[in-house]
Design a protein around this ligand. Structure first.
Ligand SMILES: [Zn+2]
Ligand SMILES: [Zn+2]
Length: 204
């Protein structure tokens, strides 16, 4: 099971907007203020290495809806899929270190959400790398500390190559790197850095 966070601008987004965000109407209604729907962790369909490998063995770009639902590539990126398929052919295996994660574009100052995949062959590792679709900057992984209460928040996990950490302080989002340098998320509407978690939930 994964977690869904809606992270949004505290200045701009109103209670009425929360009801629209995350529903089918989201794209039709005009919402003034930047928000991000972020899935974190694994969902039921994408939780097994075997299932994932099958997706790539079969057809990462299926046509029909049902096939898409069952077999569509979680990376949503044809270039990356081709590398993964090539790696599988060369004997690489997808490791258990996988799932949706938070990424950050330093140039656009925005959060992104992508599916992290690691592959291994004889202690050689391949890790998927995502680029910002707007500015083409390589995205950095963000360690999720949104609801963790731990003393040493500057000691990063070594599970993935995390560059940033996201956490809440007085209900406001902060992003720091390992050198405690602060990074901002900027709202397209008010140009301010004042974000919080608007809602959260479990995704199957
Ligand atoms: Zn960017
Ligand atoms: Zn705003």
């Amino acid at each position: 099971m994964g977690t869904l966070y809606t992270i949004g601008c505290k200045n701009c987004l109103k209670k009425d907007d929360f009801n629209i965000i995350g529903t089918e109407n989201e794209k039709n209604e005009k919402i003034n203020g930047t928000f991000f729907n972020i899935i974190f962790g694994v969902t039921r369909i994408l939780n097994s290495v075997k299932g994932l490998e099958e997706k790539f063995y079969k057809n990462p770009r299926p046509e029909s809806f049902m096939e898409k639902y069952n077999f569509a590539s979680p990376t949503k990126d044809e270039t990356i899929d081709n590398i993964i398929v090539e790696n599988i052919k060369n004997g690489f295996k997808i490791t258990e270190n996988l799932g949706y994660d938070i990424y950050y574009c330093e140039k656009c100052k925005k959060l992104k959400n992508h599916f992290f995949i690691q592959m291994e062959k004889d202690k050689q590792y391949y890790t998927v790398e995502y680029f910002c679709k707007k500015c083409n900057t390589v995205l950095g992984l963000v360690e999720n500390y949104l609801y963790r209460k731990e003393n040493n928040i500057y000691k990063f996990s070594t599970k993935r190559n995390y560059i940033y950490r996201i956490f809440l302080e007085n209900d406001t989002i902060r992003i720091l790197d390992i050198n405690k340098k602060e990074y901002e998320i900027i709202c397209d509407n008010c140009n301010k850095n004042n974000f919080t978690v608007l809602k959260g939930g479990i995704v199957d």
